[in-house]
Design a protein around this ligand. Structure first.
Ligand code: PEP
Ligand code: MN
Length: 278
């Protein structure tokens, strides 16, 4: 029995018994086990050189997977929309070179097969977290899904979105807390650390945290990463760019490789203090 009541209409995403935890296997890396998974890389794949530089740097610092968007959900139509399939090919090249599995976003049901042909983890962005045709399609996919929390989603709405994917037959869902829209003006979003602790209590699914989108501010990535691991996150997804000042997307919330290396070192001690390892 768990202490927080979740609607009985959510059946597959809830924890039935203590210790009943899903561990998602991504090319031999376990998400939701003892090890804290750190996914790192730029917001978007911009050029081959940029992505390979980022991939080598995050690999050297000990990241377990590489992120990078090829299809980008941008607030305005004028923003860089991503390289599309060309970006997926660059990601695959980076995986071949570094061995890091790749995490990348899919925005449309009709693109699931294409993205799945390259990616190791299919990311659903916050803006698409209640796109039910997309979630249904991902229920039939053979790759794990990283499901971001919608910008204003309750925990139950978020778990219900996960339910779509599980109900469709895909058991491999990783939740991601990436911040909510609140009244704060100083941060881009408000990272809900309690959501991480709540999910660990009510769901068997692994949950990671995204301090880049969660705050929008580079200097807050380190403290919020440590806080997320301390409250029980199974991993992090962090934006790392070789030259954030020149980034086509999300530069202000991206750290550089040296800062990422420092962060990895600091996270090791936080992880061990809560019985985890990096
Ligand atoms: C991203 O990961 O770059 C992204 C667009 O995230 P979100 O959907 O959480 O805004
Ligand atoms: Mn981004």
């Amino acid at each position: 029995m768990v202490g927080i009541e979740i609607s009985s209409k959510i059946k597959l995403a809830v924890k039935i018994a203590d210790g009943d935890n899903t561990v998602v296997n991504v090319r031999g890396r376990e998400v939701g086990g003892r090890k804290v998974t750190v996914i790192a890389g730029p917001c978007s794949v911009e050029t081959r050189e940029q992505l390979l530089d980022a991939a080598r740097a995050v690999k050297a610092a000990g990241a377990s997977m590489l992120r990078g968007g090829a299809f980008k959900p941008r607030t305005r139509p004028y923003g860089f929309q991503g390289l599309g399939e060309e970006g997926l090919k660059i990601l695959a090249e980076a995986r071949d070179e570094t061995g890091l599995p790749i995490v990348t976003e899919v925005m449309e049901p009709d693109k699931v097969e294409l993205v799945e042909a390259y990616a190791d983890v299919l990311q659903v962005g916050a803006r698409n977290s209640q796109n039910y045709p997309l979630l249904k399609k991902l229920g039939k996919a053979k790759k794990p899904v990283l499901l971001k929390r919608g910008l204003a989603n309750t925990i139950e709405e978020w778990l219900s979105a996960a339910e779509y994917i599980l109900h469709g037959g895909n058991p491999d869902v990783i939740l991601c807390e990436r911040g909510l829209r609140t009244h704060g003006k100083l941060t881009r979003f408000t990272m809900d650390l309690s959501a991480i602790a709540i999910i660990k209590e009510v769901s068997h699914l692994p949950i990671i945290a995204d301090p880049s989108h969660g705050t929008g501010i580079r200097s807050l990535i380190s403290p919020m990463s440590k806080a997320a691991v301390a409250v029980g996150a199974d991993g992090l997804i962090v934006e790392v760019h070789p030259n954030p000042e020149e980034a086509l997307c999300d530069g202000p919330q991206s750290i550089q490789p040296p800062e990422f290396r420092t962060l990895m070192g600091e996270l090791r001690s936080v992880a061990s203090s809560v019985g985890r390892e990096l």
